[in-house]
Design a protein around this ligand. Structure first.
Ligand code: KIV
Ligand code: ZN
Length: 553
């Protein structure tokens, strides 16, 4: 069946609530700095997301500042948005006054803002985590929602672990939340326990049995522990939910959250099955996915639906033959619908600046200034010298490597290695320090990458532990670009962040990525990117402490 056929006339709006910057950032090791969060929030706005949950303001001064700046700088933006309305900026708060105050202070600068407060309702959580009974739970919800309502009109309440809560008890809690002023009720399957039939049933049951249900928007929030998050979310929509909470690439706690792109493309591709429509600009999906992957350091599995490298690739001969005869034989969505280009233009070393710029514009990178364009073009030329054909995937990798990088505190000038099976691996590196001085050092390692990292460590002196190292080829072939993603943690364990649900202190992890036709160079670039993030975070924290001390004096 063709895309978008048989569209019913009357459709409700499905509100897209993106929690990449809050639940997504709770993925182990996905820490983002403020600039990265701002950049992602701007891209979410371009994508057409209705509500952006920008963070958990009480978690740390850094989280507060990120939400506040997103509210102030991204909150008013309307450019490129189908409905011409700016995004609602939401901040998460546990059900207590201090959290709610902090969330309100962070989001209030946005023209449209929301407080999202939550409290667990399952007996397991009440007994073991909160150590309160059901009566106390109801009491706390009424107090929290009423207090939030005294600050702002748009209030969302979530009964955490609703998927394992007693449905009848939920109708009581949620009825009280409506009376206290909640405008959206979000039903989280916090531990990804339910199946589509159960979750769909739960949404229907709650809408039919909660007093005042018709006054609020019902929302889904599913986790992917059993790989059912998208199916559960769509079951919720078919049973009356009109808001979905999702993340880009499905990142999030443990196995992740429902993935935005899967829900959007299911609704888009099979409109007959869903009584809703969305305001999303689907052509921004790939770009958003790529940006989130680069900044969080979470590579996308090649077979990931919609955004994986193989999602639109046809390998089997019989499939290729069918595709050549007619694309509908094996294709249910057109790649360009999600922002993958269908251009037949091949770029190589003879391509000029004009062709390169045209290709970038076709790929959605139409806002590069002259300086950035020059940087990207120089990089393209260097790659084209080594590779016969420069594909869109290569160009995406160049853009990611050049522009989705932290502020350069230390700069990598060059790296030179000598290695082999009968010699010690040695590396020489040259770096420019924050004051502009050029420093050169060398080291021996167990392999060339180890030698490079040791040489960098001798210069930068920022002890850390390498917790992850992965290399991916961007395209096929011996001359392919290699993309390296790494994660580091400060060796002395400094830098903690708080998990909003468990309250646990988690050691901060910094990711870095780099791309090059030489994987040793890509590894060095990735390491510098992670180190620069760690050092910037440290400098920010030192500045906050200094400000606090000055204010207290
Ligand atoms: O999974 C969950 O329960 C949450 C809530 C805070 C909404 O993320
Ligand atoms: Zn969650």
């Amino acid at each position: 069946m063709a895309e978008n056929s048989d569209v019913p006339v009357q459709k409700d709006k499905l509100i897209i609530f993106d929690t990449t910057l809050r639940d997504g950032e709770q993925s182990p090791g996905a820490t983002l700095n403020i600039e990265e969060k701002l950049e992602i929030a701007r891209q979410l706005s371009r994508l057409g997301v209705d509500i952006c949950e920008a963070g958990f303001p009480i978690a740390s001064p850094g989280d507060f500042e990120a939400v506040r700046r997103i509210a102030e700088e991204v909150g008013p933006l309307t450019e490129g948005r189908k409905d011409g309305q700016p995004m609602v900026i939401a901040g998460l708060a546990r059900a207590n006054q201090q959290d709610i105050d902090r969330a309100y202070q962070a989001v209030k600068a946005a023209p449209r803002h929301r407080i999202h407060t939550f409290l667990a309702t399952s007996d397991i959580h009440l007994k073991h985590k909160l150590k309160i009974d059901r009566e106390e739970c109801i009491d706390q919800v009424i107090k929290a929602v009423s207090y939030a309502k005294s600050l702002c009109d748009d209030i969302e309440f979530s009964p955490e672990d609703a998927g394992r809560s007693d449905p009848a008890f939920l109708t009581v809690v949620l009825g009280e939340a409506i009376k206290a002023g909640a405008t959206t009720l979000n039903i989280p399957d916090t531990v990804g326990y339910t199946t589509p039939e159960e979750f769909g049933w739960l949404i229907k049951y709650l809408i039919e049995n909660t007093p005042g249900a018709e006054k609020v928007v019902w929302s889904t929030h599913c986790h992917n522990d059993l790989g059912l998050a998208t199916a559960n979310t769509l079951a919720g929509v078919r049973n009356g939910a009109r808001q979905v909470e999702v993340t880009i690439n499905g990142i999030g706690e443990r196995a992740g959250n429902t993935s935005l792109e899967e829900v959007i493309m299911a609704v888009h591709t099979r409109p007959q099955n869903f009584p809703v429509e969305v305001n999303i600009d689907t052509t921004q999906i790939i770009r958003t996915s790529r940006m989130v992957s680069a900044y969080t350091g979470m590579p996308i599995q090649p077979n990931k639906a919609i955004v994986g490298a193989n999602a639109f690739a046809h390998e089997a001969g019989i499939h290729q033959d069918g595709m050549l005869k007619h694309h509908t034989t094996y294709e249910i969505m057109r790649p360009e619908t999600v922002g993958l280009s269908a251009s037949s233009l091949v770029l190589g070393k003879h391509s000029g600046r004009h062709a390169f710029r045209t290709r970038l514009e076709e790929m959605g990178y139409d806002n590069l200034n002259e300086e950035d364009l020059k940087k990207a073009f120089d990089r393209f030329k260097r790659i084209a010298d080594k590779k016969k054909v420069v594909t869109d995937a290569d160009i995406e990798a160049i853009i990611t490597d050049e522009f989705y990088q932290p502020r350069e505190i230390w700069k990598l000038n060059y790296v030179q290695v000598s290695c082999g099976d009968r010699v010690n691996s040695t590396a020489t590196v040259s770096l420019t320090d924050p004051n502009g001085a050029v420093l050169i050092d060398a080291a021996i390692g167990t392999g060339p990458v180890d030698a490079v990292y040791k040489a960098i460590n001798r210069i930068v002196e920022a002890p850390n532990i390498l917790t992850e190292f992965s290399v991916q080829a961007v395209t096929e072939g011996i001359d392919a670009l290699g993309e390296v993603t790494i994660r580091i943690q400060p060796e002395n364990g400094e830098g903690y962040t708080t998990n909003p649900q468990t309250g646990a202190q988690v050691v901060r992890t910094y990711s870095g990525h780099g791309a090059s036709t030489d994987i040793i160079v890509a590894s060095a670039r990735a390491y510098m990117s992670a180190l620069n993030k760690m050092l910037a975070d440290r400098a920010e924290e030192a500045a906050t402490i200094q400000q606090k001390a000055a204010a207290a004096a």
